[in-house]
Design a protein around this ligand. Structure first.
Ligand code: ATP
Length: 233
């Protein structure tokens, strides 16, 4: 469904990604784990069209994404939740969710909201509350819920565990696995390797802008190199 082939990318003269390749198949939950600064966020920026690759190809559903603007990529069905969540703080939970459907015409809003509330019951309870008055975990769920309102076929999450306790991280990651179970493909970027690998169908370890290892999530979690470098074992 999504293929990155031999991508080089960076900022000005600073090259961050070197010959980076990865793929996400339909219905898969794929993680990219790696240290701070390895290039995880840069990878998402290349896919969502925020920066252009210097070389290599990004292909989605058989067609190149090269040259498309970010909003065109959203319309193709790829939606990203960024690390800082980008919520409209003074607006209510429900208003934030409704904004997520901006790319869609003729949406039956009540039905769509119900779909999100089923996945995140806490958002139903807090629907009339200002987004900024919610806890970090609830805000992360809202950011993911808002992205789902755009009906993505591929959902990309940048470090959803940022600022969350291990317990809340689990809650969020379990919801991410449930989203995959509804048929949405997920590309998850996480520093929190242990938890990310445990829910992933497949995963990649990114080191200094290059894929160092790849494999089924559970297999990577058992890999000696991964254990030492990322799981603190
Ligand atoms: P983190 O967990 O810190 O977000 P990451 O793996 O997501 O790590 P990136 O955000 O992709 O890493 O950053 C990779 C490198 O690119 C870092 O050295 C960072 O300082 C640099 N970088 C990121 N954004 C920019 C930018 N807009 N301009 C210049 N350099 C940048």
């Amino acid at each position: 469904m999504l293929e990155l082939d031999n991508i080089a990318a960076g900022y000005g003269k600073l090259q961050i990604l070197h010959d980076m390749s990865l793929r996400v198949r339909p219905g898969e939950l794929v993680s990219v784990v790696g240290a701070n600064g390895a290039g995880k966020t840069t990878t998402l920026r290349v896919i969502s069209g925020l920066i252009s690759a210097l070389s290599g190809a990004v292909t989605y559903e058989g067609e190149p994404l090269t040259g498309l603007r970010p909003h065109q990529i959203v319309r193709r069905g790829i939606v990203q939740v960024s690390e800082d969540r980008d919520l409209f703080g003074p607006m209510t939970v429900e208003e934030n969710l409704v904004l997520g459907a901006w790319t869609r015409r003729g949406v039956r809003m009540t039905q769509e909201l119900e779909r999100i509330f089923e996945l995140f019951p806490i958002l139903a309870e807090r629907r009339k509350q200002a987004a900024q008055s919610m806890s970090g975990g609830q805000q992360q769920m809202l950011a993911i819920g808002r992205a789902l309102m755009a009906k993505p076929r591929l959902l990309m999450l940048d470090e959803p565990s940022t600022g969350l306790s291990p317990k809340l991280t689990w809650d969020v990651l379990k919801a991410v696995a449930a989203i995959r179970d509804t048929g949405v493909s997920v590309l998850l970027i996480e520093q929190n390797a242990a938890q990310a690998l445990s829910i992933s169908d497949r995963a990649y370890v990114l080191e200094s802008g290059t894929i160092a290892l790849e494999g089924p999530g559970k297999e990577l979690a058992g890999d000696e190199r991964v254990k030492k470098a990322y799981l603190g074992l």
